[in-house]
Design a protein around this ligand. Sequence first.
Ligand code: 13P
Ligand code: SF4
Length: 337
Amino acid sequence: MIDLTEIQPGVDRFEVRKPMPPAQFDALSRDILALKKKLNAVILAHNYQVPEIQDVADFVGDSLGLSQQAAKTDAEVIVFSGVHFMAETAKILNPGKIVVLPDKDAGCSLEQSCPAPKLAKLQATNPNFYTVTYINCSAEVKALSDVICTSGNAVKIVNAAPKDRDLLFVPDENLGAWVMEQTGRPMTLWRGNCYAHVEFTHASIMRIRQEFPDAPVVAHPECTKAVRMLADEICSTEKMIAFCQQVKAKQIIIATEAGMLHRLKKECPDKQFIPAPTENCRCNECHFMKMNTLEKLHDCMANLSPRVELSDDIIRRARLPIERMLEISSRPLENAG
Ligand code: 13P
Ligand code: SF4
């Protein structure tokens, strides 16, 4: 994790990443737009991507918004700039299309924490388990699941789960614990976490709150309970935009991956966003998300590689719980349960 404020005097304290030189950005983005037209491609990017990737994308959003976009796109090629499981989800929803990503090694600590054989072993201990799986997992784990959720719809998905089943929530114990608090439904939790979000601590958030006493704290539900209890709002990255747009405060502390600040500054130009610090750094970056660069985005389009490839069997089995999620997510609130 690089703290620019420590190595580059004069850099704004809240400027979390040095922008790409304009000439380089212009040349690359021109080529990317030409390739997009030639391939009939759509570029989907997660809110944590570097600013220059966000700026060339057709759609920037959270995991839910990105899967909704992937489910409805007419494009022939999907260029997915996020982490591997996100591109995999797009492929599961579009088996006949080419799905490329800038770096196939961009993983996720939550995905790594939950290998499919280990999950199958736990499921075998209770035939009444109903497995609610956070989208941050492999296609093989999705294939073992009853329903998928994202941070943006997890409460709605759990509220809609059959009342006579024992809920197993995998793989994020922090999101799972927060959903239990919100729904009152007991769940068995898989012991996985996001290595980046657990870096925020009670003490690091207390310190920044003391510095900015009037700034509300917005935290992602992947944060620990010790951090969530200090937050004024807990929500997915996309819901952070809506919260920051409507809140009166002009300064807001953001406890999530630092890429979020670019999107927030674009959507709310009149507000100041303060990246929540960890014990060791003034902001927090997911090194998996930051493996993607504009150059790699260009190259994956030029070479149509790396591509996501999955077996027909995995696609067929993983698609059902994702479609169930999309269907429940689209229900009006009163029919969700
Ligand atoms: P969102 O769906 O809220 O964007 O979260 C994705 C993620 O990986 C958070 O770490
Ligand atoms: Fe995974 Fe955490 Fe990175 Fe999100 S921020 S992709 S949960 S490691």
